[in-house]
Design a binder for this molecule. Sequence first.
Ligand SMILES: Cc1cc2nc3c(=O)[nH]c(=O)nc-3n(C[C@H](O)[C@H](O)[C@H](O)COP(=O)(O)O)c2cc1C
Length: 167
Amino acid sequence: MSFKEISVEELKVNPVTMFSEGWAVLTSGNPESYNGMTVSWGAIGEIWGKASMFVFVRPQRYTNEFCEKSDYFTVSCFNGKHRKELSFFGSKSGRDYDKFKETGLAAETDGDFVYCGDAEIVFLCRKSAKTEFRPENFYDDSINDCYGAKDYHYIYVGEIVKILVKN
Ligand SMILES: Cc1cc2nc3c(=O)[nH]c(=O)nc-3n(C[C@H](O)[C@H](O)[C@H](O)COP(=O)(O)O)c2cc1C
């Protein structure tokens, strides 16, 4: 798949529906060992003077182990395409399957980064911070409905170091 690099200034996406409707694969690790999972929650913006990506990962995800260990993660956005493959990435664990192999989605590398070659837009991110949600910090009680298992998301923040868009 061929991509071209664009600057943050050239990026034209709806930052809400890019995740909520379009879905994405969060991939972390390195070219020798990596894993990816579907995400439909995420955020993009500016913090600490850097264009940054925010992803929300429940502690039990295999992908979380890679996010903890690796300095890098990528967010491959699909704009609603490859739904079947992303449903697999979002329901099966990399502990049990090589999801790229099973679905046929291409794992591409760029230096230490691994991303989905079939995506429409890819964000290559250098991990800058990790924090977590705590129930005592929720102002809206209804948020607790998302955490029946008390598996509060970790929040990984990554500096966006490269943006690739499909040619
Ligand atoms: C549409 C969709 C969106 C998802 N969004 C998230 C998310 O933002 N954060 C998260 O922790 N899990 C999310 N999941 C669940 C994970 O993708 C799923 O548990 C996956 O199987 C984890 O794989 P892993 O164990 O290989 O990491 C989502 C699943 C789907 C189908």
